[in-house]
Design a protein around this ligand. Structure first.
Ligand SMILES: [Zn+2]
Ligand SMILES: [Zn+2]
Ligand SMILES: [Zn+2]
Length: 152
């Protein structure tokens, strides 16, 4: 039987197909409960997983998508009102939810007093920022161009 000298070489992967850094098998993108990530198609022999960064596998998590309160990962979700982001620490009592700003979490500000998120509210004299923990935390800040003016 003729020996196929190329037989030991894995077939060339299609261009741009990310490969497992451990076993060189293709990776696949998995929509997990905690958001998308990449797993090895060699699973369960190879249990390599990687973070998802802009649709590509990455060894480091995307810091843009970190909860501003507890630094856990944020996950994009969709409801009837549109896309939003929630913190994967929700089962650890982190209630952070952020609006979606063109596919990334909208910028958020933390209350200097209690560390929770501020919320933009509309009052009689226009917009202002109050703590999301109102009425437990009653700090407020003026609004300037959609951002809180935090003076203390
Ligand atoms: Zn692998
Ligand atoms: Zn959080
Ligand atoms: Zn507060």
């Amino acid at each position: 039987m003729p020996v196929d000298l190329l037989g030991d070489t894995p077939p060339a992967a299609p261009a741009r197909q990310p490969l497992c850094p451990v076993c060189r098998k293709p990776l696949r993108r998995i929509e997990g409960r905690m958001g998308p990530f990449w797993g090895c198609t060699g699973y369960p022999d190879c249990k390599t997983t990687l973070f998802d960064l802009d649709g590509k596998p990455s060894k480091v998590p995307d810091e843009r998508y970190r909860c501003p309160v507890c630094t856990r990962r944020l996950v994009r979700a969709q409801n009837a009102q549109g896309a939003y982001w929630y913190c994967t620490g929700y089962d650890k009592a982190c209630k952070t939810r952020l609006a979606d700003d063109n596919g990334v979490p909208a910028k958020a500000w933390r209350c200097p007093s209690c560390g929770q998120l501020l919320k933009r509210r509309r009052g009689r004299n226009g917009y202002f920022w109050g703590c999301s923990q109102y009425p437990e935390c009653r700090h407020t800040w003026p609004d300037k161009d959609g951002a809180p003016v935090i003076t203390s």
